[in-house]
Design a protein around this ligand. Structure first.
Ligand code: NAD
Length: 357
């Protein structure tokens, strides 16, 4: 098969980590007989320098014409003093909107060979942690009506949480599609004992799963309980689906459990199969250009693209297996280095992973 991938290298370590991911994709292409065509487009600070805005029209067009999009990261000291719409980060929000992406998927995986990096006790994480949080991205309290004012001499503010059935159903569809390739277990997180929106959420996710994905089991977990379970017994969860607000908080908590920002990827999806795949970290300007960044988060983002946009499950597994092999052999970039391990740079880590495909 032939796949057209738009690559948005961005700023800082963006070009280095994307180069690593493309090397791995090329190796997957050779082994499994796919052709990946890469087209690079500007975004963020690099686009500001070249075209005067963080998201040029050419980039939007290129992404919309592609089969999927890989992003490095945007931002850096050079553009820190720009304000509002002129900032590199605006490019990121803009491309998500232009592509109609309404779900954010963040797997928090703790690799057994990196268990020491987790802040949790070894006996809690020894079975391995792999929680994938599917967060609704464009609705809920972050986009609800806001008011503020004064009543009887007392200042007040309100933020409205509103969800519609179609909004809940479309995020549930994303969770179910992911889950059917995995354990077929979904934990739906809400606060249905208090919130009306959560009661609608709970009713809708069950009705949707029963109707369209009858072999998937949906468990309800209250958000306060979920916050506890992520540190107490994270190994029992697989796919977790939740609202914008709860997902924002829980995905950071779950990421922290794995202990390393350089190892975590995320994707944003809308209707259809085209997505935006990226590492969860930023452009790390402090280490840019030194060949010491960890490329694994971006390599995992590319692997997620293979699985979730192109339905290439075996190819996804091959990337994961290669990463595991390299880590088990003791190779580490500086951010995950421990005494006695073999320290490698960004390019060499990517080469080792590609060689192990
Ligand atoms: P950051 O994630 O870039 O860096 C935080 C720390 O983690 C730094 O010490 C950095 O060196 C380290 N780090 C990050 N990624 C690493 C990797 N792959 N390998 C090794 N170490 C890594 O966050 P920050 O410093 O707060 O932000 C830097 C810039 O990135 C800012 O301009 C910010 O706005 C931007 N940013 C962009 C995104 C994005 O593009 N999605 C996300 C967050 C921050």
């Amino acid at each position: 098969m032939n796949y057209n991938i738009a690559v948005l290298d961005g700023d800082g370590i963006g070009p280095e980590i994307c180069a690593g991911a493309l090397l791995v994709l090329d190796k997957i292409g050779q082994k499994y007989r796919h052709i990946f065509n890469f087209s690079h487009y500007l975004i963020g600070g690099a686009a500001i320098d070249e075209c005067g805005c963080p998201l040029p029209e050419k980039t939007i067009k290129g992404c919309l014409e592609s089969d999927s999009v890989l992003l490095g990261a945007v931002g850096g000291y050079k553009w820190d003093n720009l304000s509002g719409d002129a900032r590199p980060e605006k490019g990121l929000l803009g491309i998500r909107k232009a592509m109609g992406l309404y779900s954010n998927i963040r797997p928090a995986k703790l690799w057994k060979s990196l268990a020491g990096a987790s802040p949790l006790k070894p006996e809690i994480v020894e079975k391995g942690v792999e929680i994938t949080i599917v967060r609704e991205l464009t609705g809920g309290i972050y986009f609800g009506k806001r008011t503020s004012g004064e009543e009887d001499g007392v200042q007040f503010a309100t933020d409205e949480e509103k969800y519609t059935v179609p909004e809940i159903e479309r995020i549930m569809r994303v969770a179910c599609e992911l889950s059917k390739k995995r354990s077929k277990r979904i934990a739906s997180v809400d606060k249905a004992n208090v919130l009306e929106t959560s009661r609608l959420w709970r009713k809708t996710v069950h009705e949707f799963a029963e109707k369209y994905y009858p072999d998937i089991t949906v468990e309800d977990v209250l958000v306060d309980n979920m916050a506890m379970q992520i540190v107490k017994d994270p190994t029992r969860f697989d796919v977790v689906v939740t609202s914008n607000l709860f997902g924002d908080i829980l995905s950071d908590e779950a990421a922290q459990v794995t202990g390393s920002i350089g190892m975590l990827a995320s994707s944003s999806l809308g209707d259809g199969t085209r997505g935006l795949y990226e590492p969860i970290h930023g452009s790390a300007p402090d280490i840019a250009g030194k060949d010491i960044a960890n490329p694994i988060a971006t390599i995992l983002a590319a692997a997620m693209m293979l699985r979730d946009s192109f339905n290439l499950i075996e190819e996804y597994n091959a990337v994961e297996r290669a990463i595991k092999k390299v880590l088990d052999s003791g190779y580490r970039t500086a951010d995950i280095y421990e005494e006695g391990m073999k320290k490698v740079g960004c390019a060499q880590m990517a080469r080792l992973i590609a060689e192990n495909i």
